[in-house]
Design a protein around this ligand. Structure first.
Ligand code: FES
Length: 188
């Protein structure tokens, strides 16, 4: 009686990934592809974003204030909403920032001396033209371009700094006109 040879069972070899790459290496390869693809998409989106005009998220830096007659001669009128003083000297008008150039606190007229401005946070002192008299503020308070809108209101352009000696000069005494006024002002 001949012995029948029984088949020998062995573990099947694990199936390699493409091009002979093992399963673990294959997974890492796929993750690498996904990462690269994600980076390429992000870069493309950034490039396309640069082509779209930036119309939506830029703040409006033009501010329409009140009419010249609302600002008394010789005063610094504080516009709370934009932290700017409108300063009037006769027929001349100037818009000066009230934001301290040290760390951004709001300065106020210096009650100690009755002239210029003082910062309540760390004590910087500025003269009437915004120049630093005492630090730690590193630079003067900036002034911004003032113009007149068609409806007779003052317009401050915070995108256009000007030197402190630049006043908007009105040809005639604004107080001699019979304008109606809006003391609150609004955005241009
Ligand atoms: S924030 Fe004005 S002195 Fe510091």
């Amino acid at each position: 009686m001949t012995k029948e040879k029984l088949p020998v069972l062995r573990d099947a070899p694990s199936h390699p990934g493409p091009k002979g790459v093992g399963r673990r290496d294959f997974t890492l390869l796929v993750l690498g592809w996904v990462g690269t693809l994600g980076s390429m998409l992000a870069a493309s989106a950034g490039a396309l974003r640069g082509l779209v005009p930036n119309l939506l998220d830029e703040p409006n830096l033009r501010y329409r204030a009140a009419k010249p007659t609302d600002y008394l001669d010789g005063t610094d009128s504080f516009l709370d909403e934009i932290r700017i003083f409108i300063q009037r000297k006769g027929n001349g008008y100037r818009a000066m920032s009230a934001v301290c150039t040290h760390l951004g606190c709001t300065v106020s007229p210096d009650e100690k001396t009755g002239r210029g401005f003082r910062c309540p946070c760390h004590g910087s002192v500025f003269d009437e033209d915004g120049r630093v008299l005492e630090g730690p503020a590193p630079t003067p308070l900036p002034c911004y371009e003032l113009s007149m809108a068609r409806d007779g209101r003052l317009v401050i352009d915070r995108d256009r700094p000007v030197s402190a000696d630049r006043y908007l000069m009105l040809e005639s005494d604004p107080d001699s006109r019979s304008d109606t006024t809006d003391p609150e002002g609004e955005r241009a």
